[in-house]
Write a protein that binds this ligand. Structure first.
Ligand code: MSP
Length: 636
């Protein structure tokens, strides 16, 4: 029977659409899941959404809708995105599902049954802020105000507490006995020193939260959101129900993958709850780093959230998956920029991988009648390279060193390219035609590329299928056996096809999408730029113009060249709006432009100004004015 492997991500809050942090987490989990599946494990991969608590309650109140209405809407974006990113989760839990409530109640019941005084009713006292509807930590309160100046009041309420203080020693003993329980090691060290300072009992119910799971027997109490959230890992398996075979099969989890900011909840509170309930602990808490923007963590409150939906739409899910896994050293933080994506895309994917594929396929197509060569080869430098690199790659995968695993695949790729260049098969063909010796020379790079794609399968699952099919191989042959030399069939049809990674003109992509940025950011203005003076504003010449002609810019998906009349003369400008507007529907329209922007050349066309458009999820929407407003009218 195959080994079971249960892997989970954090459950993501539904107060907003997912951003790059959530995407990264699910891509990492998916890569681990796919790797374990192909090594023969019986994988169960869970992700989901955290739908309770004040965050969601408040976001819903802002829109004047119920929390569940907000959750129902936002969860759709999550589900669509996971599909688009090729996330192969076996289950998806929402904390608002019935199975979650059953799991939470069963966990509480077991704790109360085993150690009755582990959960007790006590008084919770603290500074309560009406505006924030939450307790404010003592060190953030000054003269009865919180850090934002809202008044706070000393408030006491009755809450249920969990005797966490009792678990410091057992937890430390567990960490000692299982040195891999928390990784990377830096996170283990942090947690150990936190627990060594002693643990305070934990408030696990609240009366001040209304959106959550009611505390059994106390309808005005709600199970505190973290106890609720953490229980998802067992309630998703049917814990507490009669149909708990899945729980018996897959628990304890092999990996809980989480971001470094929430390690404490998973490595301290959750194991303590489980110990109290007499349930086995998960085997490993694996913590990843943060995606940053300009060295700051992205967050809704900072307003610098990155959602690179356009990159995914334009370059495909797999290229984006490759990028995040290659760019970030697992466990560490990394800045995101679209420029970095484009340069990796061009260098690694278009140049190294795409060109090597095209070159190797092309020679076989030309010299062996559109087929793989008839004679294989089992003694050559590439075979030796594969014997050295594949085990190294597998080690990296086992250590979650995705960046290293990809670097190793690229080392192999560079060797393949070098082999083709050194062997000059085109010369050999001239001398001896489609000989057995030429067959071997051409078979080797193709066989190596097949193995490289098998290595890449967990990272770029859908492109792998395409690539293997081009190589005349079975698109589903991505198991551990397929990493061995010798799997490429002989004399079967291959397909060169269109380039797998067409080169991107990065300057044009970034420049051309000015009104449609590839990364949708709502960057918080630095404090000294938050306000501009009226004089500064007057320096910008905003004007109504009449669009007289429009045509698509050659070879660009996004750019349209516009000829506009600005009241005195005609000028040309380039706008990144072709994904939304056709040239025909633009002619005759009145729009607003920045008329005194320095000219810029985009894809060879000079642009004298910028058309104003709102960006909705990256899609441009032009600002328009009444047809009666004459061209040249100033906007102020
Ligand atoms: N709902 C809680 C987790 C409960 S798990 C039982 C939560 N949700 S979250 O939506 O805020 O974050 C979900 C996951 O995304 C967390 O693992 C978090 O660390 C991760 N990320 C959020 N922002 C991130 C980055 N900027 N970069 C990488 N991942 C980060 O916390």
């Amino acid at each position: 029977m195959p080994q079971k492997f249960y892997l989970s991500t954090a459950i993501h809050y539904v107060n907003d659409d997912p951003h790059i942090g959530h995407m990264y987490e699910n891509i990492v989990a998916d890569t681990i899941a796919r790797h374990h599946r192909r090594m023969g494990d019986d994988v169960w991969f869970l992700t989901g959404t955290d739908e309770h608590g004040q965050k969601i309650e408040r976001a819903a109140a802002k829109e004047g809708i119920l929390p569940i209405e907000l959750a129902d809407r936002v969860v759709k974006t999550h589900l669509e995105l996971w599909k688009k990113l090729n996330i192969s989760n076996d289950d998806f839990i929402r904390t608002t599902q019935a199975r979650q409530r059953i799991g939470v109640y069963e966990l509480i019941r077991r704790i109360q049954e085993r150690i009755p005084d582990d959960i007790y009713l006590g008084e919770h006292a603290g500074w309560y802020c009406q505006n924030e509807e939450t307790f404010i930590p003592e060190n953030q309160v000054r003269e009865k105000r919180d850090e934002s100046g809202h008044p706070v009041e000393w408030t006491t309420e009755m809450n249920f507490f969990f005797k966490l203080s009792r678990y410091a020693e057992p937890l430390l003993a567990h960490y000692r006995k299982h040195p891999q329980f928390i990784s990377p090691q830096t996170r283990m060290n942090e947690i150990v020193s936190f627990v060594e300072q002693g643990l305070k009992d934990l408030s696990i119910s609240r009366t001040s939260i209304t959106w959550g799971i009611p505390w059994p027997g106390y309808p005005d109490h709600v199970v505190y959101v973290w106890m609720d959230a953490l229980t998802n890992y067992i309630s998703a398996l049917g814990f507490g129900t009669k149909e708990d075979q899945k729980f018996r099969r897959y628990w304890p989890a092999n990996i809980h993958l989480v971001g470094k900011d929430i390690t404490r909840f998973h490595a301290v509170y959750w194991p303590a709850f489980l110990m109290a309930a007499g349930i086995e602990l998960p085997k490993r808490i694996l913590a990843h780093g943060w995606w940053l923007r300009d060295n700051q963590k992205i967050s809704k409150s900072l307003g610098n959230v990155v959602r690179p939906y356009n990159i995914i739409n334009d370059f495909g899910a797999d290229a984006f998956r490759y990028f995040v896994l290659r760019e970030m050293v697992f466990g560490q933080d990394q800045n995101y920029s679209d420029e970095a994506f484009l340069s990796r895309y061009n260098a690694d994917l278009a140049n190294d991988l795409g060109n090597t594929m095209a070159r190797a396929l092309k020679v076989s197509e030309t010299y062996f009648g559109g087929k793989t060569p008839p004679v294989p080869c089992d003694d050559n430098d590439l075979l030796r390279a594969s014997r050295e690199l594949v085990p190294e790659y597998l080690r990296a995968m086992d250590e979650f060193a995705f960046q290293r695993a990809l670097e190793i695949a690229w080392r192999f790729l560079v060797a393949v390219n070098g082999y083709i260049v050194a062997k000059e098969p085109w010369k050999q063909f001239k001398e001896e035609g489609a000989s057995d010796s030429l067959s071997r020379v051409i078979w080797n790079p193709l066989e190596s590329l097949r193995i490289i794609w098998v290595m890449l399968a967990p990272f770029m699952p859908s492109l792998t299928r395409d690539a293997l099919a081009r190589l005349g191989s079975d698109p589903d042959a991505i198991g551990s056996e397929d990493l061995k030399w010798g799997g490429l069939p002989n004399g079967v049809p291959i397909r060169v096809g269109e380039s797998m990674f067409p080169r991107a003109d990065s300057a044009a992509y970034i420049g051309g999408t000015m009104s449609n940025p590839p990364i949708e950011t709502t960057q918080a203005a630095p404090p000294d730029l938050a306000n501009v003076t009226i004089d500064q504003f007057r320096e910008i010449d905003l004007r109504v113009v009449d669009i007289r002609a429009a045509e698509k810019v050659e070879k660009s998906k996004k750019l349209i060249k516009l000829t506009v009349f600005d009241g005195t003369s005609e000028r040309t400008l380039v706008a990144g709006i072709a994904t939304r507007y056709s040239p025909e529907e633009l002619v005759g329209r009145k729009v607003v432009i920045v008329a005194n922007l320095q000219p810029a050349t985009l894809m060879g066309v000079e642009s004298n100004g910028m058309v104003l458009a709102a960006s909705i999820g990256g899609e441009p929407s032009l600002l328009s004015v009444d047809a009666s407003v004459p061209a040249g009218t100033k906007v102020k």
